[in-house]
Design a protein around this ligand. Structure first.
Ligand code: NAD
Ligand code: ZN
Ligand code: ZN
Length: 361
């Protein structure tokens, strides 16, 4: 018997999201039904609504979530009812060509629930990032449900499921930031500030935050930025060179998803440095760079999908560091909101008023 719950649906490109009835099946083999306790509003949800990810409308939005396992299907042994979990949008399959090569963080066949969640008329919903957690219940592959210490609380744990992990991992896993490095982070939203926190945790010496919004730059300092640059007033490439003895940074992290900021990141890097693109561009965006500059500057131009994380390894690690007082994850939660307030939260995000609004159930 499917469960009828309330969920946030993006029905068509650019149309405001609405809360409607969602039908969630009981878990089949390998699946877990999770009662969602909290789900953050990430910019990627807005990208979905704008049709910038794909056009498989209607979407069931929400993907930064934590909750309690309610029921599991046959053959599930990693979680059981009552467990507190973060829902991951990467669940390595173990058998694709990337997993077999020993690179499960690139898994090309990440697992999701087999059965669809639907509208009342049976239309299958596309769950955002294979999750769909702006809903009271959601159905996922059990491997997507990662057990963590419940002492962190649902709002903070949920954010680790996407933006925080993407930013921490962009710095630590993809960028390989380490002790003594200099880092610049372009875009200081939830993802960018997590990249700043990750750089701080990894022992970076200089951490330069770049944004066009002074309020965001103020918050970036709370996560460990040693310098801030408002790039709507100051040329960030020149300012970053001035702050690094004329050389540029070892690692430049782009957390906006924009060719302008990517180019700034590219040119603000020292020779043999690394550029990490964690922001998600839209399909129309293009960039042109002199090939000689790409060659001559050396180093690496990398993309970071989910911070190259392994949820089963990394989620508990960062929750524990938070509980030990070594990672200020609580500072990411700007406000808690109701399910009906997601559209308004998109507007607040666009106006730069929040780092993360989190739906609390
Ligand atoms: N790669 C991944 O796995 C992954 C995961 C989660 C989110 N994302 C993406 O990361 C990006 C950031 O997400 P978020 O939730 O932090 O978004 P956000 O809206 O909270 O933050 C974006 C920040 O960029 C700043 N900004 C906008 N234009 C700028 C410019 N020209 N120069 C400098 N700063 C500028 C904004 O002021 C804001 O502070 C989005 O594109 C999102 O889709 C990627
Ligand atoms: Zn795989
Ligand atoms: Zn996200």
């Amino acid at each position: 018997m499917p469960h009828k719950v309330r969920g946030v649906i993006a029905a068509a490109k650019g149309v405001k999201v609405k809360v409607g009835a969602v039908f969630v099946p009981d878990p089949g083999p390998g699946e877990a039904l999770v009662r969602v306790q909290a789900c953050g509003v990430c910019h990627t949800d807005l990208h979905y609504r704008e049709g910038a990810i794909n056009d498989e409308f209607p979407f069931l939005l929400g993907h930064e979530a934590s909750g309690i396992v309610e029921q599991v299907g046959d053959g599930v042994n990693n979680v059981e009812p009552g467990d507190f979990v973060i829902i991951a949008w990467r669940a390595p399959c173990g058998t694709c060509r990337s997993c077999v090569r020993g690179h499960p963080w690139y898994c090309f066949a990440s697992k999701n629930a087999q059965q669809p969640m639907t509208l009342a008329d049976g239309t299958a919903l596309s769950p955002a990032l294979g999750i769909g957690a702006f809903a009271e219940l959601t159905l996922v592959d059990a491997i997507q449900a990662v057990k963590v210490n419940r002492a962190a609380g649902p709002e903070i744990a949920g954010l680790v499921g996407c933006g925080i992990m993407a930013g921490l991992g962009a710095a630590i896993n993809t960028g390989g930031v380490s002790r003594g490095d200099s880092v610049a982070v372009f875009g200081c939203g939830g993802v960018g500030d997590a990249a700043i926190a990750g750089s701080h945790l990894a022992g970076a010496h200089t951490i330069i935050a770049v944004d066009i919004d002074d309020r965001k730059l103020g918050w970036a300092k709370d996560f460990g930025a040693t310098h801030v640059i408002n790039s709507s007033e100051t040329d960030p490439v020149k300012a970053i060179r001035d702050l690094t003895g004329g050389n540029g940074v070892n690692v430049a992290i782009e957390a906006v998803g924009n060719p302008v900021t990517y180019e700034q990141a590219f040119y603000s890097r020292d020779h043999a440095g690394t550029v990490v693109l964690v922001g998600v561009p839209s399909p129309d965006m293009k960039i042109e760079l002199p090939l000689l500059e790409i060659f001559g500057r050396g180093g690496a131009l990398k993309s970071s999908w989910y911070g190259d994380c392994l949820p089963s390894r990394d989620f508990s690690l960062y929750i524990d560091l938070y509980l030990q007082g070594r990672l200020p994850l609580d500072k990411f939660v700007s406000e808690t909101i109701a399910l009906d307030d997601v559209e308004e939260a998109f507007a607040k995000m666009e106006r730069g008023e929040v780092l993360r609004s989190v739906v609390k159930f």
